[in-house]
Design a protein around this ligand. Structure first.
Ligand SMILES: Nc1nc2c(c(=O)[nH]1)N[C@H]1C(S)=C(S)[C@@H](COP(=O)(O)OP(=O)(O)OC[C@H]3O[C@@H](n4cnc5c(=O)[nH]c(N)nc54)[C@H](O)[C@@H]3O)O[C@H]1N2
Ligand SMILES: Nc1nc2c(c(=O)[nH]1)N[C@H]1C(S)=C(S)[C@@H](COP(=O)(O)OP(=O)(O)OC[C@H]3O[C@@H](n4cnc5c(=O)[nH]c(N)nc54)[C@H](O)[C@@H]3O)O[C@H]1N2
Ligand code: SF4
Ligand SMILES: [Mo]
Length: 701
């Protein structure tokens, strides 16, 4: 069992000569695990375990972080600043080592000269969540705002999911994940927690063990999570809106709608009931591919179970209709009134409960609303000069990148590569490893890991705030993001009090503004659990909208400008990249278990466990195409084509193809990765990358 494997890897016989330090996992994962880190000496860590005293982590972490020593002490860690002397993208040989002063002076001088030519908006400080620490991740915005550089709409991950959840519920919170232990039915919808947030399985397993709870998984393929489910519903990608509507049709039809709850807590339920009249399981079968009888059976189970818990993930929102998909699924507990019961309701994310004031961390007091905003996911079109993004503003001619690897993870990878190859583009990348993005840089700066700097963390999957201190000395000459930003600010003349504060002072400031204890107190207690009381977490004191109701008829215009044509009620929104004769398959690029985005693609154990990029294809399709295990297949669409090895698998529908991600480009047979095929089109209504929404053709390669 996967869980046992994880548990085994986090247990080791006690050693008496090592010290154990509290920490928190900084990676971009909803679990934000509380950690215990062995320190063998002031420069070396040993094993990493999940904190058993933390009631969410409960002693369980994923295998890749349990062996974090392999990543921190990896021989390929960047230890010195580098200057490129060879061609872009040519690897380590194309760089020479330089001093920090020389590197920082060069970056400052390049940014200044770009601004002199094109104005401050020509500089794009580009970042994402390689670390989730509030100081080290978000501090880059202080430099941005102080200098008037281009702003960023960060859309890789949660924009579509947020839009869909907020449409109905109105605030980004839900029922505590630990309450799953009190549920009788847990629906894991559009997420794959065995791979992507292992602790969900800890709490779901408790419910199964203690109460005989049923676990349902909704996913287009048989994931490791689906293998553990009692029921697996397997929709065509991008069709969950239809599934949700058909389930609600049955709930109303068979008397499982809680009329008193609907009246008291929801708006638009009369319109909803009329609207659902035609949304039968047979209608949904046509769209989702799930047999109507399976939809009926699931709806009956859901309708008859008060303590039903929806764990809604990101996966099913990475689609042009992703917000509508999330919104439609989130309507279910508002129809049955499951929110009223212990272990009942839903959770997408609890990150909205913390309310941490990041004014100084991010320099929010210096935001100029006139400064343009660039969409992170449209980096390809932007760097290749798309007028839809640049308007009459300047081209991007200088970038400073922290905590992200867009040369692998961003959509429309062909354009990303073309953009980074521009000779007139200056790029500085601050990284732990010489990623494929760093290889396109002119200056590369070595970054510390979370074990080498101080920071604080909130979570989406749980409700603890955690404060951490460096456990070991920086590896080589690696420096924290905060230090680098301060050095650049000094050289650029950026003025803001935040640059003169330490990480610790920034944390104290933010915590004090937000009504928390000081950083030292939180650190001493390891975490501060901000869990809300039952009535608040279950929205029994009202949902997040001004009228306190759950909205079945959302006002999409309040969430984003690109709302024209969005359905007014939960529905199947057909804006997806649908199949046609030329593109008969739908591609899903779900995350792989031993990588975390592209982090850990550098560690030997993860590489060994993952093997190589593979296309999971239905055996009948393989047979028709004459493809066998290990053959090569070309997958393509209008943006290009990618060649990978084939893995025939029963665990998906004929029309679905899965390529787990995110691999470096060099792992693919022709040297370009799967995101070549993913569109940079922004999801509705507020943007968001559409990683799992791609119609493709297959050819024998
Ligand atoms: N095909 C496909 N593509 C996807 C996805 C998918 O499912 N399929 N998922 C998408 C999603 S959800 C996301 S969030 C993105 C994420 O994509 P990325 O943002 O690229 O993800 P990470 O691998 O988490 O982190 C990037 C880098 O941050 C660096 N880093 C970590 N900590 C620090 C630090 O303290 N300082 C500095 N300077 N660097 C640091 C790491 O070394 C790592 O190389 O990928 C997206 N791309
Ligand atoms: N091991 C590992 N853990 C990770 C990551 C990783 O790369 N590897 N990435 C981290 C990050 S940045 C994030 S945001 C989270 C994301 O974690 P999740 O919330 O789990 O989201 P995804 O991993 O994008 O997708 C989860 C599942 O959604 C399914 N899916 C795709 N399209 C649809 C659809 O239309 N309908 C339905 N019902 N399901 C669909 C996919 O097949 C996949 O199994 O995980 C984090 N944890
Ligand atoms: S990657 Fe996720 S599951 Fe693994 S230790 Fe970090 S927070 Fe926990
Ligand atoms: Mo993400």
């Amino acid at each position: 069992m996967p869980l046992d494997q994880n548990r085994a890897e986090t247990q080791q016989e006690d050693r008496t000569d090592v010290q154990v330090f509290h920490s928190a996992c900084p990676h971009d994962c909803p679990s934000t695990c509380a950690l215990e880190v062995e320190r063998l000496d002031p420069e070396t860590i040993g094993r990493v375990r999940g904190a058993s005293a933390n009631s969410y982590t409960a002693g369980v972490i994923c295998a890749k972080v349990a062996r974090y020593a392999e990543r921190v002490h990896h021989p390929d860690r960047l230890k010195k600043p580098l200057r490129r002397i060879g061609a872009k993208g040519e690897g380590r040989e194309a760089f020479e080592e330089i001093s920090w002063d020389e590197a920082l002076d060069t970056v400052a001088e390049k940014l200044r000269s770009a601004v002199a030519k094109f104005g401050p908006e020509t500089v794009w400080p580009y970042y994402y969540a390689g670390t989730m620490g509030l100081v080290q991740r978000d501090g880059i915005n202080r430099l941005r705002h102080a200098m008037g550089y281009s702003r960023q709409h960060s859309t890789f991950c949660s924009t579509l999911a947020d839009a869909g959840w907020l449409a109905g519920a109105g605030s980004k919170k839900g029922v505590d994940a630990r309450e799953m232990a009190e549920s009788d039915l847990i629906v894991i919808w559009g997420c794959n927690p065995v791979s992507t947030q292992v602790n969900v399985m800890t709490h779901a397993s408790r419910a199964r063990k203690n109460r005989g709870a049923k676990i349902v998984v909704v996913d287009p393929y048989v994931t490791e999570t689906a293998k553990q489910a009692d029921i697996h519903l397997m929709p065509n990608p991008g069709t969950d809106g239809a599934l949700a509507c058909a389930v609600m049709h049955v709930l109303f039809r068979d008397g499982h709608a809680d009329r008193a709850y609907l009246e008291k807590y929801t708006a638009g339920h009369a319109e909803l009931e009329v609207h659902l009249g035609a949304k039968t399981p047979e209608w949904a079968e046509e769209i989702t591919g799930i047999p109507a009888a399976e939809i009926e059976a699931f709806a009956a189970l859901y309708g008859q179970t008060n303590r039903s818990y929806l764990r809604l993930g990101f996966g099913f929102t990475r689609s042009r209709n992703g917000a509508v998909q999330m919104f439609s699924a989130s309507c279910l507990p508002a129809v049955t009134g499951a929110w009223q019961y212990p272990g009942g309701g839903a959770l997408y994310s609890n990150s909205g409960i913390y309310g941490i004031d990041k004014t100084i961390i991010e320099g929010l007091d210096r935001v100029d609303q006139q400064t343009r905003i660039l969409d992170q996911s449209r980096i390809g079109p932007i760097l290749t000069g798309d007028p839809r993004d640049l308007g009459d503003g300047p081209p991007v001619t200088a970038m400073f990148v922290q905590n992200t690897n867009p040369m692998n993870v961003a959509p429309d990878l062909g354009k990303v590569r073309e953009g980074f190859s521009r000779e007139d583009l200056f790029v500085c990348v601050h990284e732990q490893f010489l990623t494929e993005t760093a290889q396109m840089a002119d200056i590369v700066l070595p970054a510390t890991t979370f074990l080498e700097h101080d920071d604080m963390y909130v979570a989406g999957g749980h409700t603890h705030l955690q404060v951490t201190k460096a456990v070991i000395a920086p590896v080589g000459e690696a420096r924290p993001n905060h230090w680098v930003l301060g050095e650049l600010a000094r050289r650029l003349g950026a003025e803001h009090p935040g640059f003169d504060m330490s990480e610790w002072e920034l944390m104290d400031d933010a915590l004090q503004r937000s009504g928390y204890a000081d950083a030292q107190s939180v650190w001493e207690g390891h975490w501060d659990d901000r869990v809300e009381g039952f009535d608040d977490a279950h929205f029994l004191n009202g949902f997040g909208h001004a009228d306190g109701k759950f909205h079945f008829m959302p006002d999409w215009s309040k969430i984003g400008g690109n709302h024209a044509g969005m359905p007014t009620l939960p529905d199947h929104d057909t804006v997806i990249d649908g199949r046609d004769d030329a593109h008969p398959f739908r591609l899903v690029t779900a995350p792989s278990r031993n990588y975390l985005n592209t982090s850990f693609t550098e560690t030997a154990t993860s590489q060994k466990r993952e093997g190589r990029p593979e296309a999971q294809i239905h055996p009948e399709v393989c047979k028709e195409m004459g493809l066998e295990t290990g053959d090569q297949v070309r997958i393509g669409n209008g943006q290009g084509s990618v060649v990978v090895h084939v893995r025939p698998t029963e665990g998906l529908r004929r029309g679905t193809v899965i390529v787990e991600s995110v691999w470096p480009n060099k792992a693919f047979i022709e040297g370009i990765g799967i995101n070549l095929l993913v569109s940079a089109e922004a999801g509705k209504p507020n943007g968001g990358a559409v990683f799992h929404d791609t119609a493709v053709w297959l050819q024998t390669a």
